[in-house]
Design a protein around this ligand. Structure first.
Ligand code: BGC
Length: 708
């Protein structure tokens, strides 16, 4: 290979770049991004394989984030399933449909930990917790890549965005990230480490800076951690134009300098921009980069092309693939949506409704019948013609009930009251009202951050007015993030949080509302009462002055002209308390579960062995249902402070009414390890508390001691 040809491999070019065809023929393109037309992709591959001097096939990349044509719930919704097989199956189908279009590389999973619902990209994450995120990330990886990348239907996955992109200040996208190394290693890196160990083919650097150095130029992240410590051998791609952006960050003063920084930090392939194409040859001549490094990078790229089997066959024959959005794919999407919805409130067991319980059901709201919006963010290829909306599904399911419908608001942000009268009229005439509210898809995702995370527009006003009619009121929320619903939750009887549920969101929601299915989703992220509580997450530190019911003082309980005193001096907000609206892991069912008899097989565990922690769960209600049994642990005293609780295991089990099961977690002491102040990963002897229960506030507790 000539140097030019090697550098060509390091360039990923957008499909509408002017001279793409010429560049491919000339061997100046290693990968094309965003082409999804199978004929065009085959044509590009033909130019690369048959008309370029070396005949090297192309990597064809695309954001296939939560489905290709069949859209699954947004990743945050999938995380609410707490079900690795659901996540894996969604990715497998996404890969199959995308591969049928000639795509061999997706930029997913996104495994940034985020504890800030203002950040629009929280929708693309798997939530706030490293353990939940890493287990689901590995499942998603398995769905995309399978056990052999060369098999038809497998595509290369990409762990992004390396690293700590989700910790942007104030939840504003691309914003500064300041995370101490110890927190980086204990919270933000574990999912990346887990997926690297599990064989993810590629990594993507983050747009943002981390502690003063943009991630795309971070030798620490890209070489020290990823290559040296973790021995990652795959391909590392920049984010979109993130190399020239190094100059906008103020780290470099030209594309040439930026190319040198990114190259020497470790980026193998440049996405979309052309700093590498324009400057690497000169930088090599000037001795600012080495040919040995070029070779190492090209090796990462070519190895992936070999692994994908592209040298044997770079072409896609659509006859080898099943139809997109076929019945089986739609059924999987429906199941995923069922598993993802979280029941947050159900006063007086209003839900499930019986299909024939009411003469008239009023369905109201801008998201009841909007096929496009229910698909959610970052869906470039999803096709709304395959979507079934909640209104359609409810009409089908309740064939003998009169279903009236009013959109009330044209879209979620609308401030026009023009539709209120109609909505109030049908609500007044109905026996039961179901509201479909939330955010349009465009209000979450990349660059779509919000400082106010209430229901947008005048939806709250509409809820107040409908609630005043006194009808049984169900609120279904579709959104790309936790919204602050503290001010309206008391107005409604039941709340089902559906995220953006994807193509089959309608039937899934209808089945849940009418008891064909029982909710089993659990929150993968804490729901604040007020945006001012953010960041609020369950794995908080205790602080020296932890808040609790005994220390809490509400702002309204402070006497007028009160002198400065130490009352309430604990870690809380006077106006919002110390607890969230809903904790991590929370989610109701139509049945109830009782937890008892937590115990360990021994009250001692020695370093290097495994302790068994188990509890008994009984379904004490009347529905057969699934429950996510969760294990939390606290390392009570350590050389650095540890969170008050950390998720260390979960299992989704099905229980019939009256049935009991013992659920056991085997915890190896390696899983108790954390990075200490010297950044060493080790578990420390001492006392541990453990809880098993249905959310992160579980109070069924035991303890054990770890000894050397
Ligand atoms: C996003 C990446 C994405 C890329 C390609 C960027 O703007 O940050 O996550 O993979 O675009 O579409």
């Amino acid at each position: 290979m000539t140097v030019t040809e090697k550098i060509g491999q390091m360039c990923q070019v957008n499909r509408d770049s002017g001279n793409l065809l010429q560049a491919v023929k000339a061997g100046r393109v290693g990968s094309v991004v965003n082409e999804v037309d199978v004929d065009k992709i085959n044509h590009l591959q033909r130019l690369a394989v048959e008309e370029s001097r070396l005949g090297i096939p192309l990597l064809t990349g695309r954001d296939v984030i939560h489905g290709f044509k069949t859209i699954f719930p947004i990743p945050l919704g999938q995380a609410a399933s707490w079900n690795p097989s659901v996540v894996s199956e969604g990715a497998r189908i996404a890969a199959l449909e995308a591969a049928g279009a000639g795509i061999n590389w997706t930029f997913a999973p996104m495994i940034d930990i985020s504890r800030d619902p203002r950040w629009g990209r929280i929708a693309e994450t798997l939530g706030e917790d490293p353990y939940l995120c890493k287990t689901l990330a590995v499942a998603m990886l398995d769905g995309f890549q399978g056990d052999d990348l060369a098999k038809p239907g497998a595509i290369a996955a990409c762990a992004k965005h390396f690293a700590a992109y989700g910790a942007s200040e104030s939840g504003r996208d691309y914003n500064t990230v300041s995370v101490p190394e110890i927190e980086l290693r204990n919270v933000y890196l574990p999912p990346f480490k887990a997926i690297a160990d599990a064989g993810v083919a590629t990594f993507m650097s983050s747009f943002s800076e981390l502690n003063g150095i943009p991630a795309t130029a971070s030798e620490f992240l890209l070489t020290q951690v990823l290559r040296t410590e973790w021995q990652f051998n795959g391909l590392l791609v920049s984010d979109w134009e993130s190399i020239p952006q190094l100059s906008i960050h103020g780290l470099t003063s030209s594309d040439k300098e930026a190319a040198a920084e990114a190259f020497n930090a470790g980026i193998d392939m440049e996405m979309a921009s052309s700093a590498y194409a324009g400057h690497l040859e000169t930088l090599l001549r000037e001795g600012k980069i080495s040919e040995a490094d070029i070779d190492a990078k090209v090796r990462h790229i070519l190895r992936l092309k070999f692994q994908l089997g592209l040298f044997e066959n770079a072409y896609t024959d659509t006859a080898d693939f099943p139809a997109v959005a076929n019945a089986q794919h739609l059924d999987a999407a429906r199941h995923a949506a069922v598993q993802s919805c979280v029941l947050l409130k159900n006063d007086n067991r209003l839900l499930p409704l019986a299909p024939d319980q009411a003469n008239t059901i009023a369905v109201i709201g801008p998201l009841a019948d909007d096929a496009q919006e229910q698909m959610g963010t970052w869906v470039f290829d999803g096709d709304s013609q395959y979507c079934q909306t909640p209104l359609q599904a409810i009409r089908k399911l309740c064939a003998n009930t009169s279903i009236t419908f009013s959109k009330a608001l044209d879209y979620s942000r609308s401030k026009s009251r023009d539709g209120f009268d109609d909505a109030l009229r049908i609500a007044h005439a109905a026996d039961i009202v179901i509201l479909f509210m939330g955010e349009e898809a465009i209000l979450s995702g990349e660059a779509h951050c919000r400082a106010n995370i209430d229901l947008p527009g005048i939806q709250q006003e509409l809820i107040h007015e409908i609630a005043a009619l006194g009808k049984p009121l169900v609120l279904v929320i579709m959104a790309g993030r936790p919204l602050t619903i503290g001010s309206i939750i008391d107005q409604v009887d039941a709340v089902l949080y559906a995220w953006h549920p994807g193509t089959m969101g309608g039937p899934a929601i209808a089945d849940l509302l009418f008891g064909v299915e029982v909710p089993s989703g659990k929150l993968p992220v804490t729901f604040p009462k007020l945006v001012g509580q953010v960041p609020i997450y369950y794995a908080q530190k205790n602080t020296g002055k932890p808040a609790g019911p005994d220390t809490y003082v509400h702002i309204d309980d402070i006497a007028v002209n009160a002198p400065q005193t130490s009352f309430g001096m604990s870690s809380m907000h006077l106006d919002a308390g110390f607890a969230p609206l809903f904790p991590f892991g929370f989610g109701l069912s139509y049945t109830e579960f009782a937890y008892e008899n937590i115990r360990t097989n021994s009250n001692q565990v020695t370093m290097g062995s495994t302790i068994q922690i188990q509890a008994e769960i009984t379904n004490i209600g009347t529905f057969t249902a699934e429950e996510v049994v969760q294990l939390y642990i606290r390392d009570v005293v350590a050389s650095v402070t540890r969170p008050t609780r950390e998720l260390k295991g979960y299992k989704k089990v099905t229980l019939e009414p009256g049935q009991s099961k013992t659920v056991r977690f085997d915890i190896h002491t390696d899983e108790l390890a954390f990075h200490n102040r010297n950044m060493e990963l080790s578990a420390e002897p001492g006392l541990f508390h453990a809880w098993i229960g249905s959310d992160s506030t579980a109070d069924l507790k035991t303890e054990f001691t770890l000894s050397d």
